[in-house]
Ligand binder design. Structure first.
Ligand code: GCO
Length: 450
């Protein structure tokens, strides 16, 4: 089962989850530095102060990426590492790190794919309201200009935001993620300002790198009802609107889903004339971060939808229930999830170019004789790539696939106990071990089939 000749196989990461050096070389504090230092927020009191020490070890890690044959590496820019106060003065040492990183990747024959925002908002901007403050969109576009001006001559592939839904829901409603707020009435304003920032960033990057390809990475999952009851079926429609069309509709069509107009939620978002035109600035591709599916049932709360799918209810390790495998994140293994999202994009949004910007699984990894035999992860990746190939056979414009993640890393509120990497990290020694899944991925890339 061959993939198209120029199909891109890569792996992904994000700055806070791998870099460490949280306060080094002039870097400013991010909301994640701030949040993870608050006792009780992160499992086992862990944080990203050191993480995988990628800031110092990036050259060796790039050699490991080369060893497993990665064709592309998706990484994010730590905003306060480059602009410590969020706007204004640039920290040359911080900018230079990303400059060296890009050059090192290119020298290794690996395409650098820059993600401008993977939740690393400068704390100084959070102190001014963060994404509840409309000015954040402007500050983000100014940050985007600085990065594109420096890297745009060598970086062709860009994305603006990672998972604005997660930023807004986990960060401003549920409080599991930085900045740890519980302000549900602010949700839509935060979503709108993030999307406005996306649109302004697309313009800013294109101004510095006119021939680049730029998109956005959205967390999109199929949504299923807990039961066939009328109320649960309506809950699916609401979840679909909330989780997917709240982002896809404004970006592709310049409108928000009708559901929110009805419930005058939009009124609270303070949408201004021209905003949706900016948000729907044409993009070159959409990134999908797809791991599983959601299951929902009717709820009298929120917009009438209660999520019972990939839950925030954490588990210690993977398990099987009713014959279904669940990962260590308590996510159902549902290999058709990518296929179904690719087909939805083909049917509902004009079959745009798509990259699977994240897909992978956390399973318990053990080291035996300096090897990690992660056969569950290999099965997971193989089965999900089979779904990608099926979608390609049915006309999807999927152009590439990025494993989450190239290396074990800081899994947000879960800390380091959840491992997604193709490469194992012993956090006590920072020793790396290429897992069997990394060797499997190398063979897949070499043979271009699975
Ligand atoms: C996300 C982020 C990643 C996660 C990964 C595993 O989707 O939350 O993009 O940073 O680490 O998805 O949960």
């Amino acid at each position: 089962m061959n993939f198209p000749k120029n199909f891109l196989f890569g792996a992904a990461s994000s700055s806070y989850q791998i870099e460490g050096a949280w306060d080094e070389d002039g870097k400013g504090e991010s909301i994640w530095d701030h949040f993870a230092h608050i006792p009780g927020k992160i499992k086992n009191g862990e944080n990203g102060d050191i993480a995988c020490d990628f800031y110092h070890r990036y050259r060796d890690d790039i050699q490991l990426m080369k060893e497993i044959g990665l064709q592309a590496f998706r990484f994010s820019i730590n905003w306060p590492r480059v602009i410590p106060d969020g706007y204004g003065k640039v920290n040359i040492k911080g900018l230079d790190f990303y400059n060296r990183l890009v050059d090192e990747l290119l020298a290794a024959g690996i395409k650098p794919c820059v993600n401008l925002y993977h939740w690393e908002l400068p704390q100084t901007l959070q102190n001014l309201g963060g994404w509840m403050n409309r000015d954040c969109a402007k500050w983000f576009s100014e940050f985007s200009s600085v990065i594109a001006d420096k890297l745009g001559d060598r970086v062709d592939d860009w994305m603006t935001l990672n998972e604005p839904m997660m930023s807004a829901s986990l960060g401003y409603v549920l409080g599991y993620h930085a900045p740890g707020l519980k302000k549900p009435l602010q949700f839509f304003k935060v979503v709108h300002h993030l999307l406005l920032g996306h649109g302004l960033s697309v313009k800013a990057v294109r101004a510095e790198a006119p021939s680049c390809k730029i998109g956005i990475a959205l967390d999109l999952r199929p949504v299923y009802p807990e039961s066939e009851s009328i109320k649960d079926l309506q809950a699916v429609k609401n979840a679909d609107a909330l989780m997917r069309r709240t982002f896809l509709d404004p970006i592709f069509n310049g409108t928000y889903p009708p559901l929110f107009n009805k419930q005058n939620i939009l009124a609270r978002a303070r949408i201004k004339e021209g905003d949706l035109k900016i948000i729907s600035t044409p993009i070159d591709y959409v990134g999908i971060n797809t791991y599983s599916r959601d299951k929902v049932r009717y709820s009298r709360w929120a917009i009438g939808t209660g999520f019972t799918g990939p839950s925030e209810k954490t588990v210690d390790k993977e398990y099987v229930k009713d014959g279904i495998q669940y990962t260590a994140m308590n996510w159902e293994v549902y290999p058709q999830c990518i296929y179904e999202i690719l087909m939805m994009l083909k049917k509902d949004y004009g079959n745009p170019d798509v990259y699977v910007t994240e897909n992978g699984a956390a399973f318990t990894d053990t080291v035996e004789n300096n090897r990690v035999h992660d056969i569950k992860r290999i099965s997971y990746l193989k089965d999900h790539l089979t779904g990608v190939k099926q979608a390609l056979d049915e006309g999807s414009n999927c152009k590439g696939y990025f494993v989450w993640s190239f290396i074990d890393n800081f899994e947000w509120s879960e800390g380091y106990c959840k491992r997604f990497g193709l490469i194992y990290v012993d956090y006590k020694t920072q020793k790396r071990i290429i897992k069997d899944s990394g060797l499997w991925y190398k063979n897949l890339i070499t043979s271009n089939k699975c």
